[in-house]
Design a protein. Structure first.
Length: 723
């Protein structure tokens, strides 16, 4: 067999003028050319056909042009000829074949045969040719190439395979390489590949199975090959035809991309569902408040209804039409239970009723899943039609009170656009497209105003890129009751300690996942810690909350609203303002709505005048003490516990200050010029007084340890050195 390469296509009327001239010359050539070995295919009678198309082609044997005027190309529909070529040899030696094709169909498929004069053989070409009325395939400048091969064995070839992308830890989708193989009919193919250290590869027949080795991410490639075993078998039998070139395997390179794993969406906490009294509405649900892990740019939200059997099961009714009617109305219906589920059992039974009387019965059509309902009635227009459905999957009867109004002889719906009847009483609404940052508030609609009962759903949060791998799901139930006493309050138990958060609750008919009936947890984020916290606000100038200068105004507040507060100061408000002159401990007893008490304690640290921290900065360091110091105050060291300070950045003296040490144990102030660009800087008009203090530099520097336009006063035994 052989292959044909078709280069589609231009219109016959677009041929150049010289093409038409060649056709005239062709008619003369045909009168004088004879070939005794020609199979004498007789051209079809054009007048017997309605449609025509044209092909301009050349012949190549094993990819070598055949420019023999004795070659003949013919097209067939089975055994019936549908076109025979006429050849013209151009001035450059190329033999071009002009074929008019005939058919009684505007679109058809033909096989191709080529008589090759040099080898005196007839070759069958593969694949088939697609006939399209009025098409012109090829041109004089670019004729289509019809390939033939010795022994009718065409070489294999592989089409490109699109790059594949998968998540680390998951196998790539299987690839059936037969879908990409161009081969002679009946060829026996052996599949192979070049090993890749980053991939685990296996062939099951023609199906390629690939997964990345553990830990590999990034891009890599796999070379896949197909070898025609028929070729080698023919060679081994001593065939006279030279097929060595034909036996070369076909190859294609497939790119595989492995994406590093990343966190999947997570419902945390679970969607609790809701319960309401008839006449009320369900609250819309901000889904982004419940999905709390995914970091991708978008999330796909989805759901499916949970289909459950009624308990106890309802018996399937024996609905029947018991009388004839003066007129009928035809309905083609699709029956939904939310847009996510269609009733699909052959045992389902649909009935149309008017005032309780059966007017029509239908079952599911097994071919297309639709229901063809003929509704009988009087010639009167406007009777409301009630639909009832017995669901075999749910073992219950569902109903729509006024599905439509009767109209004699009307046709509602069609096979292409059936009328959709929604039997779900409660339907959530989620977008079909992924939502940016996962931010979406989901309405929960009530479709049947008088419905009493419940509906349950499984909600999904999916990564749009890898939805089958990165997702989470949770169930939620929505119910409608006649009296609030039928509803129970459930409290969120986020920490799983069996105690519920009194500030987070829902009403429902059934217990939601992650919720309990008690409300005694004062901290639902951690089983043994408080759910409340203290927030401290101050503007002391030091960048440490809770570390302030003397008499700084500080606001201490409980971060959540509670039923009651009692502070150690005697105040009973949610927040208090204090001005501590020294380090002070403050406490508050918080009372929740369930009379659950929690005691919160915090300390406000007030900076003093004694250096107790040798670091460059921080509470009780020289820098922080100086920041809180008043004009003309004195700084001392907590000797012998703290015997100095190491400064790694400049220290500005913008107030009159005395630093005093001890004659027997002088504190050392080191300026580390490996980090600092300046030392101690005395601002204009200010005086720094040092008594029994040593100041030294660390590292080589040309900077002074003390600089500035202010005044330096030294007393006692004080050493100052740049070395």
């Amino acid at each position: 067999m052989s292959t044909v390469v078709i280069e589609m296509s231009c219109r016959w009327q677009g041929l150049k003028v010289r093409t038409l001239m060649l056709l005239v010359i062709l008619s003369v050539v045909l009168l004088i050319r004879t070939n005794a070995q020609n199979p004498n295919w007789t051209p079809p009678t054009g007048s017997a056909f309605q449609f025509t198309a044209n092909v301009i082609a050349v012949v190549e044997l094993s990819d070598v042009p055949s420019n023999d005027v004795g070659d003949v190309i013919a097209f067939f529909d089975g055994n019936d000829i549908r076109g025979r070529g006429n050849d013209v040899q151009l001035t450059n030696g190329t033999v071009v074949h002009f074929i008019t094709l005939y058919s009684n169909q505007a679109a058809d498929t033909f096989s191709i045969k080529v008589y090759h004069a040099a080898t005196n053989q007839v070759y069958e070409v593969q694949p088939i040719f697609l006939f399209r009325s009025q098409n012109v395939t090829g041109s004089v400048d670019e004729p289509t190439v019809i390939h033939i091969f010795p022994g009718n064995i065409a070489p294999l070839s592989l089409l490109p395979v699109m790059p594949r992308t998968q998540l680390d830890g998951y196998p790539f989708d299987e690839i059936d390489m037969n879908d990409y193989l161009i081969q002679p009919e009946g060829a026996l193919v052996q599949w192979g590949y070049t090993p890749n250290p980053n991939l685990l590869v296996n062939f099951t027949g023609s199906v390629l199975q690939v997964s990345a080795v553990n830990g590999f991410t990034g891009q890599t490639q796999l070379v896949v090959s197909a070898t025609n075993l028929n070729t080698f078998n023919a060679q081994s039998r001593g065939g006279s035809t030279d097929r060595s070139a034909i036996g070369a395997p076909a190859e294609t390179t497939i790119t595989f991309n492995v994406t590093p794993i990343y966190p999947a969406p997570l419902w945390e906490p679970a969607i609790p569902g809701q319960g309401i009294v008839t006449g009320s509405k369900f609250d819309s649900i901000p889904l982004h408040d419940f999905e709390n892990q995914f970091t991708g740019p978008k999330i796909t939200y989805d759901y499916i209804p949970i289909i459950e059997e009624a308990q106890p099961n309802e018996i399937k009714p024996s609905w029947q039409v018991t009388q004839s009617f003066g007129s009928t109305m035809s309905v083609v219906a699709r029956l939904d239970y939310t847009p996510k589920y269609q009733f699909h059992s052959d045992d389902d039974l649909l009935v149309a009723m008017v005032n309780g009387e059966v007017r029509g019965v239908a079952t599911r059509d097994s071919e297309n899943g639709l229901y063809y309902l003929s509704v009988g009635g009087s010639p009167m227009i406007g009777d409301p039609v009630e639909l009832k459905l017995y669901s075999s999957a749910m073992k219950r009867i569902l109903s729509i009170d006024s599905a439509f109004f009767f109209e004699p002889y009307a046709i509602m719906g069609s096979d292409e656009l059936p009328t959709v009847f929604e039997f779900a009483p409660i339907v959530p609404v989620v977008p079909y497209e992924p939502v940016t940052n996962g931010i979406y508030t989901m309405p929960v609609n009530i479709l049947q105003a008088g419905f009493i009962g419940y509906a349950s759903f499984t909600f999904f949060a999916r990564d749009p890129v890898y939805p089958q791998y990165l997702f989470d799901q949770t169930n939620a139930t929505f119910c409608i009751v006649t009296d609030s006493s039928e509803l129970t309050i459930y409290y969120e138990d986020a920490d799983g300690d069996g105690l519920g958060n009194p500030l987070s609750f829902t009403y429902n008919c059934t217990q939601p996942t992650g919720y309990v009936t008690n409300n005694e947890d004062c901290n639902d984020g951690e089983a043994t810690a408080s759910a409340f916290a203290l927030v401290i606000t101050e503007n002391s100038g030091i960048a440490n909350d809770g570390f302030v200068c003397p008499s700084t105004s500080v606001t201490i507040a409980v971060d959540q609203i509670a039923s009651g507060y009692l502070w150690s100061t005697g105040q009973t408000t949610q927040s208090i303002d204090v001005n501590p002159g020294s380090t002070t401990i403050y406490s508050v007893t918080v009372t929740t709505g369930s009379a659950c008490n929690d005691v919160l304690v915090d300390t406000i640290f007030v900076e003093g005048k004694i250096v107790k921290n040798s670091a460059n900065a921080g509470f009780n360091s020289l820098r922080n003490v100086l920041e809180c110091l008043s004009e003309n105050d004195t700084i001392s060291y907590d000797l012998p516990n703290v015997q100095g300070t190491t400064l790694t950045e400049a220290l500005n003296f913008n107030k009159n200050v005395v630093i005093i040490g001890s004659l027997t144990l002088r504190p050392h102030i080191f300026i580390d010029f490996n980090a600092a660009t300046n030392g101690m800087i005395i601002q204009t008009g200010k005086t720094l007084s040092l008594k029994d203090i040593d100041i030294e530099a660390i590292g080589l520097t040309s900077q002074s340890v003390i600089s500035g336009s202010g005044t330096l006063e030294i007393s006692g035994e004080t050493h100052i050195s740049n070395q």
